[in-house]
Design a protein around this ligand. Structure first.
Ligand SMILES: [Ca+2]
Ligand SMILES: [Ca+2]
Length: 300
């Protein structure tokens, strides 16, 4: 039955004899006219005891090593039934082409949707093991890292690698027409935040004193950015309100306490806090800001 299975291509199936070490001298019961491997279960026979085995028991284990069948076959067994069971336990294999197809699909479509450059990130493909391209630009939030790692492991397990590639440095990722796209320019996209997006806590606004281009594209031939000649690109500006230093939507004595803490050096403000604490916008934090802040609270 074992040889029939192998002949049918089920070569993942392994037939192993397990004998008590004390009976190893009668091993030719097993090995005459066959090439089955036999393991000796050393006294105190842990395998026999753990499995509850008696002489001429047949065990079938699944691919995880769990016992799924245990019968004594002294009086024979239905080889049809047993081989059907064995075949049903063989895990479905994925072909290399299927892995490649799945890999590509995890770097396209919904995984590359974007609104701003900020949504996109450049990632390395797995060209080093012959799977995929050098780089992809994908939506950072949607990138299915675990699924891709599993796929790469399967790819390696199935020995699918037939070539490898050399890759140039990682590109920048930009959002072009709603799709994350790789840009092989050596610097970050200089366009304003209406194209590139802002970090959390900031909004994109147009400031009169700053001229930022609204749109740039990477010219792959020159390896540099080319921008529109306008100033409407926008600058990231803190959404925090001037004076609401602890960002709890109210301006009150708690903000004064925090401001005094910054001035005395007891607390270190981050950039957003500094911006909202510098009430008179002169670039430094001092008693004038405290006076102004108290004035705001008192409604002056
Ligand atoms: Ca506040
Ligand atoms: Ca100030």
């Amino acid at each position: 039955m074992y040889e029939d299975l192998v002949d049918q291509g089920y070569n993942q199936v392994q037939l192993v004899g397990i004998g008590k070490s004390q009976h190893m001298n009668s091993i030719n019961n097993w090995t005459s006219n066959s090439n089955v491997g036999v393991c000796a279960d050393q006294s105190p026979y842990m395998t026999w005891n753990n499995w509850g085995a008696v002489q001429r028991d047949l065990f079938i284990l699944d691919s995880q090593g769990d016992i799924v069948y245990h019968e004594n076959i002294t009086n024979g067994f239905s080889s049809n039934e047993v081989s059907n069971l064995v075949i049903s336990l063989i895990p479905e294999t994925t072909t290399c082409d299927e892995i490649e197809e799945l890999y590509d699909s995890l770097h396209a479509g919904e995984y590359t949707n974007c609104e701003f450059d900020n949504d996109c990130v450049a990632v390395w493909g797995h060209c080093d093991v012959g799977l995929g391209e050098c780089h992809y630009s994908v939506n950072e939030e949607e990138y299915p890292q675990d699924e891709i790692n599993n796929l790469v492991n399967t790819w390696n397990d199935e020995e699918c690698m037939t070539w490898v590639c050399d890759c140039s440095a990682e590109p920048y990722a930009q959002c072009l027409d709603g799709t994350c796209t790789s840009a092989y320019c050596m610097s970050e996209n200089p366009a304003g935040c209406f194209q590139t997006g802002c970090d959390e806590g900031y909004e994109c606004v147009t400031l009169e004193e700053e001229c930022v281009p609204s749109s740039c594209f990477c010219d792959e031939f020159y390896g540099d950015w080319f921008c529109t000649e306008d100033c409407g690109g926008g600058t990231c500006y803190s959404t925090q309100v001037l004076g609401d230093i602890n960002n709890d939507t109210q301006i009150n004595v708690l903000d004064v306490v925090l401001l005094v803490g910054f001035i005395l050096g007891n607390e270190i403000p981050d950039d957003i806090q500094y911006f909202s604490a510098d009430i008179n916008s002169d670039g430094s934090l001092n008693v004038l800001d405290v006076v102004s802040l108290v004035g705001i609270i008192l409604g002056n």
